[in-house]
Design a protein. Structure first.
Length: 323
């Protein structure tokens, strides 16, 4: 009887655990723990999935967000709440409040260098050091529903809404004060955001009177229109960089997820729960995303406390079948 070794010229590798790194793609092996033959396929964007994470202690719409999947923040909310919560990748804990309670604010930055910007209506900026919030310099133009990127040392606040007007105003923060820089090409509010103060995306949103599919990229001095998202929506979640980003949930496609590869947007796996008014800001990454809270689908429109986590695996493990 022919053996695999005599046919293929080598033996099947034996492993106790499934591999997780990209350089194992194509490997056929025997998993001694599961007692099964398996093989490794490429992962990447198309293999990304959402799963349930921890539950917020309080439920508010129109919150701001910042941080990563394992160290995140959710702060503020309707009606002008100062509550702040932190996430360790498993559970949410109430932390020190904002100094100024507000809703429809934006956030960005790492857990120890996060920033909370604006609100409806507010010009306030606050900086988080991993423990508490400290007042920073005010925006030149008070507004809410803006797209915020960067962190407490260098940030960008693009667009927004005030007094029934959609704004194209763009301001840059140097750690102490804001300065107006080049405007967006398309005025908008409730958009997604990704990146830093020198390399950012502003994604879709409401351009008044309707939603737009338009996406713009900031190079540190000006905005350029790039490839559009597939579905126009606002009040969605977002995170990542100018080379890999996520845009998810929102109105009207409350479960939809889109992935940006630096050139174009692709629709991928949906959220488990339709939602909009997701914590606003550049939160998480395209590889390890996080969707915080929000408001549920049409009907009773419940304020949601559930967190969902996005994982984009390097590889996918498949079991060899005899059928």
């Amino acid at each position: 009887m022919a053996t695999y070794k005599s046919t293929k010229g080598f033996t099947v590798q034996v492993l106790a655990d499934d591999p997780t790194v990209e350089d194992t793609v194509g490997l056929l092996y025997f998993n001694t723990t599961d007692n099964e033959f398996k093989y490794v396929r490429p992962g990447g964007a198309a293999a990304g999935t959402w799963s349930s994470g921890g539950t917020l202690n309080s439920s508010y719409g129109y919150t701001g967000g910042a941080g990563t999947q394992s160290a995140a923040l959710s702060f503020g909310g309707h009606p002008n709440i100062a509550t702040s919560e932190s996430y360790d990748g498993t559970s949410w804990t109430e932390t020190n409040d904002l100094n100024t309670g507000r809703q429809q604010l934006g956030g960005s930055g790492a857990y120890t260098a996060a920033i909370a910007v604006g609100g409806q209506p507010s010009a306030a900026t606050e900086e988080y050091n991993g423990t508490s919030w400290t007042n920073g310099g005010n925006l030149a133009t008070a507004r809410g529903r803006s797209g915020v990127t960067g962190d407490s040392s260098s940030a960008l606040c693009a667009g927004g809404f005030v007094s029934s007007t959609y704004l194209a105003i763009n301001e840059k923060y140097n750690g102490s004060s804001w300065t107006e820089v080049a405007n967006l090409n398309t005025a908008r509010a409730n958009q997604g955001s990704a990146g830093t103060s020198t390399a950012a995306l502003t994604v879709s949103g409401n351009a008044g009177p309707g939603r737009t599919v338009n996406v713009e990229q900031w190079d540190g001095s000006s905005w350029t229109e790039i490839n559009n998202v597939n579905r126009a929506r606002d009040n969605a979640g977002s995170g990542g960089t100018v080379t890999t980003a996520l845009y998810f949930g929102g109105e009207p496609a409350g479960e939809n997820t889109e992935y940006f590869d630096g050139t174009s947007w692709s629709e991928l796996a949906n959220l488990a729960t339709d939602r909009y008014q997701i914590s606003r800001g550049n939160v998480g990454t395209a590889e390890l995303g996080i969707c915080i809270g929000g408001t549920g689908p049409a009907g009773p429109n419940p304020i949601l406390t559930v967190t969902e986590e996005w994982v984009l695996p390097e590889v996918v493990i498949k079991t060899v079948s005899d059928s």
